[in-house]
Design a protein around this ligand. Sequence first.
Ligand code: ADP
Ligand code: MG
Length: 249
Amino acid sequence: MALLETENLVKEFGGLVATDDVNLTVEEDERVSIIGPNGAGKSTLINLITRRLDPTSGDIRFKGESIVNRKPHEVVQMGVSKSFQTASIFSNLTVRENAEIAALAAEHGSFGFKFLEHRDSLTDVHEVARDTLDAVGLLSQADRKASELPYGDKRRLEIGIALAAEPDLLLMDEPTAGMSPEETEATVDLVEEVKQELGLTFVLIEHDMEIVFSISDRIVVLNRGRVIAEGTPDEIRGNPEVQEAYLGG
Ligand code: ADP
Ligand code: MG
């Protein structure tokens, strides 16, 4: 059974078909990148999976269960986490508190506060938060206010927040957008490290082809909402249709 599966997924905005009959499969431990020109429907696809958007038709299954009637926070609890949401950091809290909230929210639901009835599990939350900060290299900054972190560390914290939820599937939408070449490299290294350490399954949207080719097991190419090709980095590199539609001939 695939970890994630979309079946004949369609999303229309008025007359525009942003997602056109997409069948996407992600196996456990697989690293999948989605590429395609601006407006191809990459973000829409991710937003359908996180349930920020309702599909027009089709199905999305996670761990074999349909999630089209689930709420966004329920999908997070099931194990889907999206990194690099600008709003994910609480600026006035410390780095540690940010990681702890993320761990708690994933375990008990964002707005539930049911965790007060489960005080035993708070130990786990502290542990998960500490391990996560260690994994993203922020343990030494744990007591700093998030707003005081330099830009690169803020991006690390965003990854940490996503990882503290201990996701089975991590979704990333253009994680290196707005980064300097150094920060981009550090982020790619970090994702590689986490991938080695935790055996992460992820879906990455990324415009930098060097990153895509180096980090992916499989690449899915979208154009005008449709999957026009998919395969290994080598297969995609040599695909004439992809070159014409996307890589510029
Ligand atoms: P990508 O991430 O590949 O650049 P998007 O998924 O953001 O593409 O957008 C796909 C298409 O859907 C674009 O034509 C975009 O203008 C349109 N679109 C995206 N979100 C909305 C929305 N909320 N309302 C109307 N049109 C949208
Ligand atoms: Mg986008």
